[in-house]
Design a protein around this ligand. Structure first.
Ligand SMILES: [Zn+2]
Length: 433
């Protein structure tokens, strides 16, 4: 009995670790560039040098003594910065502009086949400079499997924190499959579908049982689902309270998908850690988020993508896509004026994987300075994900999660879309030759 409980304790402890299982050799690499972005102050150090020993940052400054035997990579006129953190992706899949075709493929592909697509998406995401993602929903346990395979060094990809199935109501945004019941498999708590507080607690526990790092809940309707209005609450206050308190009891953060304002107010009252999308949020709701330090993950990229493809979507979804995309950027503009904390998130999978840095461009078009946009996608992301002690800023002792982009990033934010070097945990995946 004692051995069993020790074993179970170990399982719980290891399930939330983010370090890779594979040891990295203690090679020393020195990165030099004309600029280095400090995500704490939002300013540039010029020039900048980083000494990487094994998987960690050993030293950092303008001029450092180069350790004997170190490999020196001089990037010239480039900016070194922390690897990007995308707080909202769905890395196991990707939509096209053929909604019906995607539906068919989703039904027909074997989970193993879909996981291989996922491995490709993980690779292109990492090569775009994203070294950490929070994956907020996937089916068939694919994202959990991808996380484990990346951690084991089997495939290249960003560090993943995974929600597994999102938690929502029957007929809600996580359960919008209107196929008649005799032709499909009934969904239940394992697939995150719950009704009533006890059932919702069981749904949370099921995700954690299989290794979820974070809990995603669906208090409001969504855009890309057939059966639900986008701005209407789909869970009761009692259900939302049960989901959030159960997540927190297991030391998991709770991320609430909310387009609608009423659902967001309910989620905030329950103590969620972030509001995802937030399309129709009102000023009093945004101020409450600021007061309680609840992050907004605005997913402007997804709003942009679905707005552009609205006429290709089924009519019921196209109407919602237009409404949400029109409001999202306006809401973001008000939120940043009010000082709501923001973590960058793209909802990649709705748009193409590997285009994550376009979110920085959209943020600056809507009122953020380049430095503010970069902080949201580095230091703030790490804070929201609960991994600020390990990554999110370039600091001695943290993981060497480093991206370099051409020129001075504060004068051209679009440079984030053209990385020249990507390093994760001291290992170089792009550039460096
Ligand atoms: Zn999403």
């Amino acid at each position: 009995m004692h051995i069993r409980s020790v074993f179970l304790g170990l399982l719980v402890a290891t399930s939330s670790l983010i370090s890779p299982a594979q040891a990295v050799e203690q090679t020393v690499v020195v990165l030099k560039a004309a600029h280095l972005f400090d995500a704490l102050s939002g300013t540039l150090m010029e020039p900048g040098m980083v000494v990487v020993a094994g998987e960690k940052i050993q030293a950092l400054g303008r001029e450092l003594t180069i350790p004997a035997g170190a490999q020196v990579i001089d990037l010239g006129d480039a900016t070194l910065m922390p690897g990007f953190i995308d707080a909202h992706v769905h890395m196991a899949g990707e939509m096209s502009n053929n909604w019906y075709g995607d539906w068919f493929n989703g039904m027909m592909r074997f989970p193993a086949e879909q996981a291989l697509y996922g491995a490709h998406y993980a690779s292109v995401t990492l090569l775009s400079g994203v070294t950490t993602v929070r994956d907020l929903g996937s089916a068939d346990f694919i994202s959990l499997g991808m996380r484990n395979a990346i951690r084991a060094g089997m495939i290249p990809g960003p560090r993943m924190l995974v929600a597994n199935y999102p938690i929502g109501a029957t007929g809600g945004h996580g359960d919008s499959n209107p196929i008649p019941p005799e032709r499909t498999v009934a969904t239940g708590v394992i697939q995150g579908v719950c009704n009533g507080a006890d059932s919702c607690r069981a749904a949370v526990r099921s995700q954690i049982k299989y290794g979820a790092d974070v809990i995603k809940l669906m208090p409001s309707g969504g855009v890309l689902s057939l059966t639900d209005p986008v701005d209407t609450p789909e869970l009761t206050q009692e259900e939302i309270n049960a989901i959030v308190s159960e997540a927190h009891a297991w030391n998991r953060k709770a991320a609430a998908h909310c387009h609608g304002d009423k659902a967001a107010k309910m989620a905030i009252a329950a103590g969620v850690d972030s509001i995802e999308h937030g399309s129709f949020l009102q000023d009093d709701t945004l101020l409450e988020m600021k007061k309680k330090h609840i992050y907004l993950v605005p997913t402007l990229s997804a709003g942009d993508t679905v707005g552009l493809m609205a006429d290709k979507l089924p009519p019921a979804i196209g109407v919602k896509a237009t409404a949400a995309s029109q409001q999202m950027q306006k809401m973001f503009q008000r939120a940043i004026k009010l000082g709501v904390p923001v973590a960058m998130g793209t909802d990649a999978g709705v748009g193409h994987h590997g285009t994550n840095a376009y979110e920085f461009v959209l943020m600056t078009r809507n009122g953020y300075t380049p430095a503010q946009a970069l902080i949201s996608g580095t230091a703030n992301g790490a804070d929201l994900l609960g991994i600020a002690a390990q990554t999110g800023t370039l600091q001695v002792g943290k993981y060497a999660d480093i991206v370099a982009v051409p020129g001075n990033v504060l004068s051209d934010i679009s440079a984030t879309q053209r990385p020249v070097l990507v390093m994760k945990e001291g290992h170089i995946y792009l550039g460096g030759k």
